[in-house]
Write a protein that binds this ligand. Sequence first.
Ligand SMILES: *Cc1c(COP(=O)(O)O)cnc(C)c1O
Length: 405
Amino acid sequence: MEFSQYNVNALMHITPRPELVFTEGKGMWMTDHQGKRYLDYLQGWAVNCLGHSPDCIREALVEQSSKLLNPSPAFYNAPMAELANMLTTHSCFDRVFFTNSGAEANEGAIKLARKWGQLNKNGAFEIITFDHGFHGRTLATMSASGKPGWDTIFAPQVTGFPKADLNDIASVEKLINANTVAVMLEPVQGEGGVIPASSSFMQELRALTKKHNLLLIVDEVQTGMGRTGELFGYQLSGIEPDIMTLGKGIGGGVPLAALLCKEEVACFVPGDQGGTYNGNPLITAVGIAVLKSLIAPGFLEEVKEKSAYLSQALTQLSERFGLEGERGEGLLRALMLGSDIGARLVEVARDMQPIGLLINSPRPNLLRFMPALNVSYEEIDTMISMLGQVIQQVQAEQAATSSPT
Ligand SMILES: *Cc1c(COP(=O)(O)O)cnc(C)c1O
């Protein structure tokens, strides 16, 4: 089928998209409408933690869809309870509220912190967030994000999110006042360009928030569910936050997210929070299948080994082409390009023949890699070799345009 036959014009134009329609995916590979295959280092934006269409998700969907889709959020269902118990068993948290997206989980975290502030801190409501942070696309989570202009483009937005600088504890301390109720951050800023919060910063933040009786909220929508090599990113620094949000990988490709908190913070009462699809058994059954895979013996050890392998391969690539190194945690990594060639690399990689490579450039001077957590060593080698060809081609183009003969 030709691209024009799909007639995409009835869709709102919310992002520039290439003229491709993806029709199938398996593991690290995806196929477009013309049958061309792509090695996929986006994986639905770090969503498909077990790759495209893993058997365990298909089986969970088939089995649960023949039993019960949605009894309504007014009733308990078995998968919802089981997944909540698995999450509290494997984290430092005691209570879970399921949502359908990361932004919705973060909205819930913001509401929970404000409620706690009403009950415990004379109505304190300000949540300190960070420059370059990303928390979602609802009005409040856009305001909480540190993207320039995001707190005003749909004004009037939600106030009460002063911005500090990541890895700079003094910049946080300076913003604390009687209205402050919490500090919220990503353990690794994902959309901001894969910038890890250092362990020492996370520890200082925990001490500072304890000292001032503030909540520490980690947005682990991108870093949670094994992405960093630990089940949750906060475990890298040995601290215990008060609130955590999960998304992306928790559903392995289906819309599932969660808000978790410690018992002392679980202050919602009936009427405060809810949602039609929240905790429905179809999707939480998938969450159980995904989490079982991640906690299987040896799985996270392999993630760590593969991330070391990917890190080393990216470092070698950087040396070979005179780039500026790599960074990240686990299988959330970035290659620093040293110049603004990210968008061009993405395009050339995608258009390679006979197979394409899907990568992402959240900032013009870097590439981000978020493979499936069960990516093979061979699929890492293939990506590195394809990327080498792409960098070579784009560097040659740049050289030709900067010194015309
Ligand atoms: C993707 C992301 C979100 C938003 O999640 P959605 O499911 O797109 O709403 C929030 N926080 C972080 C850290 C993310 O990476």
